[in-house]
Design a protein around this ligand. Structure first.
Ligand SMILES: Nc1ncnc2c1ncn2[C@@H]1O[C@H](COP(=O)(O)OP(=O)(O)OP(=O)(O)O)[C@@H](O)[C@H]1O
Ligand SMILES: [Mg+2]
Length: 449
């Protein structure tokens, strides 16, 4: 079966609930009204009986009494039986009511010729002996007509109410859900490929308005992240194409004619360098890819920063010596941070590697660590080429390289990874730099509590 729309479902539930409420409510009203009307008839019957008795008593002996019935209410009738059950006096009471058997002290409801009657028999006692019976009856025609009309009103009004309320409910539900139809239409257009479409609802803080706003915000984010993704993919393929082109050129040139051994060596060295460069780019890209996918499994533990840095410094010693760069690593106490060891190691490798790469011969790299209560502070200072003021805002962007460093071995991914790792650890990184004087990176990482 086709699923009903929300509009129809809301209307149906609403109508069903209203039907239930109306039925219960009307049954209650009907029962209370009929009880009140019948009770008032019973009270009148008792009153009529009392009147008949007062006349019988004032006359002394009921059989002598002539035309007392005139005095009781118009739709009341009575009959007096003597002790043997014979009729002794009556007003215009129907014979069918007279012929009913006597039932002591009980109010009865009987139907005669399609009319309901209420009947009460009361014993006449003289000197503790049954002298006869008084039967009083009232027609319930009027009461029954009132109740019948009430029933008709109920039968007509319930479906009418339901019909009107359903129309009203359907109208209101359609109005409330109209913006959703709009959202669906726009979402369909977007799914066909037009990512620039937005719902742009009039400012409203209701549920649908909030949904539309959230939807638009989500689309903004989605569009910008797709743009970034495309940019990233094109940058990445471009970065990888360059070393491949160099390798191809080298190989083709080497194979084009017979070469000296030394030339083959040089070609192979270039191929090897470019291969390493690609390896470096690919491993950086994999790291970025994992971070973007949220697939990197963090392993936070208490680690000592100085140990990590001194290991890295040790690794760089050989290159530093060959470039005649002096690495000065100063530290005081142990500094413990809660961090992922692999990532923190990568963070400092990337920064120290940059300092090495962008510092010329006879330069100096100073690394100082300390803490200020809440944070571990690591300052990495070099006497290298420096970064110009216009480049500083972009150096943490992916693939960004300052003009002066484009010919080098890097790909411009190192600092974007640094930034990501800093963010993961809720730390901060600041840069100060002077062209041809040097660069200082200041890293802060929250210390373990
Ligand atoms: N210590 C530094 N001194 C001078 N310039 C720097 C320094 N660190 C970074 N830069 C500049 O910032 C740019 C971005 O650095 P990043 O580490 O992201 O890329 P890269 O070093 O060029 O390549 P990769 O790190 O991917 O091998 C560099 O290209 C360089 O221009
Ligand atoms: Mg780098």
């Amino acid at each position: 079966m086709k699923k009903l729309t929300i509009k129809t479902r809301i209307t149906l539930w609403y109508a069903l609930l209203l039907l239930f409420i109306l039925v219960v409510f009307n049954i209650f009203i009907y029962m209370v009204t009929s009880r009140i009307l019948l009770k008032s008839n019973e009270d009148l019957l008792v009153e009529d009986t009392r009147q008949v008795f007062s006349i019988i008593q004032s006359e002394g002996y009921f059989l002598r009494f002539e035309t007392p019935y005139k005095i009781i209410a118009t739709n009341s009738y009575f009959v007096i039986f003597d002790s043997s059950g014979k009729t002794s006096l009556a007003n215009d009471i129907l014979p069918e009511l007279v012929s009913l058997p006597i039932e002591k002290e009980q109010i009865r409801y009987v139907t005669v010729n399609n009319t309901r009657w209420i009947v009460a028999d009361t014993e006449i006692k003289i000197e503790d002996k049954t002298a006869g019976w008084v039967r009083v009856s009232r027609s319930l025609e009027f009461t029954m007509t009132v109740l019948k009309n009430l029933r008709i009103i109920i039968y007509i009004s319930i479906p009418l109410y339901i019909l009107l309320a359903s129309f009203g409910g359907f109208f209101l539900a359609s109005r409330a859900l109209r913006p959703i139809d709009r959202i669906t239409k726009i979402a369909m257009e977007i799914s066909k490929g037009d990512l620039s479409r937005r719902i742009k609802m009039k400012k409203s803080s209701d549920e649908v308005g909030r949904l539309a706003d959230t939807f638009d915000e989500m689309l903004d984010k989605l569009e910008s992240s797709i743009k970034k993704e495309r940019q990233f993919a094109s940058d990445a393929s471009h970065e990888l194409r360059t070393p491949i082109a160099v390798i191809n050129a080298q190989v083709e040139q080497a194979l084009s004619s017979k070469r000296k051994l030394q030339e083959y060596r040089e070609a192979l060295k270039t191929v090897g360098d470019e291969g390493r460069k690609m390896n470096h780019i690919i491993s950086q890209l994999i790291m970025i890819y994992r971070s973007e996918e949220g697939r990197y499994k963090f392993n936070f533990e208490n680690i000592e920063i100085n140990e990590i840095i001194s290991d890295i410094v040790e690794e760089f010693k050989t290159i530093a010596d060959s470039k005649e760069i002096k690495i000065d690593f100063k530290t005081e106490d142990k500094i413990i941070v809660k961090a992922d060891q692999t990532l923190i190691t990568r963070l400092f490798i990337n920064l120290i590697e940059n300092a090495m790469k962008y510092t010329g011969e006879n330069g100096k790299i100073s690394i100082n660590t300390g803490q200020d209560g809440k944070n571990a502070i690591v300052i990495i200072e070099d006497t290298g080429i420096g970064i110009s003021e216009k480049d500083i805002p972009y150096i943490f962007d992916r693939f960004y390289q300052a003009e002066s460093s484009r010919s080098g071995s890097g790909s411009g991914l190192g600092l974007s990874i640094v930034k990501w790792i800093i963010n993961i650890h809720k730390g901060s990184v600041d840069v100060e730099s002077n062209i041809n004087k040097g660069t200082t990176f200041i890293i802060k990482l929250p210390t373990a509590i």
